[in-house]
Design a protein around this ligand. Structure first.
Ligand code: AMP
Ligand code: ZN
Length: 138
């Protein structure tokens, strides 16, 4: 299913041109217009799913394998030293386009820095309580 108001539906369907590096019946993989590093790509399903929680399970099961192939191709073609997968769900998490996508971001020794956080602290009691709460909601 497509959403006629969604820009990523239009890009994935080929209605809006994009720098496409891979396409099959389920996905289009494009280069991000505002790259975090050289070669930053986005894996877009051709059908519309707002986020990971809405994603079809069969599409989800193919997406990670495709991400591995894209990352391996980046290492070969771009000589990057590694790559990050980033997948934002919800405004608070930085999602700006509400059509599920996976960022595949090449990483190069020496930068740029992309994903980092300051490790916090948590007591074992707090960890146990949180694990219980989340686990009970599954
Ligand atoms: P997110 O913040 O996870 O929703 O990511 C949206 C990403 O889409 C951002 O990295 C944008 O730079 C990228 N983006 C937005 N519009 C386009 C477009 N027309 N073509 C390519 N990338 C886009
Ligand atoms: Zn869409």
């Amino acid at each position: 299913m497509k959403d006629e108001t969604c820009i990523f539906c239009k890009i994935a369907g080929g209605e809006i041109p994009s720098a496409t590096l891979y396409e099959d019946e389920t996905f289009r993989v494009i280069l991000d217009l505002g790259p975090a590093s050289r070669g930053h790509a986005l894996i877009l399903p051709k059908d519309h799913y707002a986020d990971l929680c809405a994603l079809d399970e069969q599409v989800a099961s193919k997406a990670l394998g495709l991400a591995a192939r894209i990352g391996a191709a980046m290492k070969k073609a771009l000589k990057c030293d590694g790559f990050n997968l980033v997948q934002n769900n919800g405004t608070a998490a930085g999602q700006t386009v509400f059509h599920f996508h996976i960022h595949v971001i090449p990483r190069y020794e020496g930068g740029p820095q992309i994903v980092s956080w300051e490790p916090g602290t948590a007591s074992s009691e707090e960890l146990a309580r949180l694990a219980e709460e989340i686990g009970a909601a599954l």
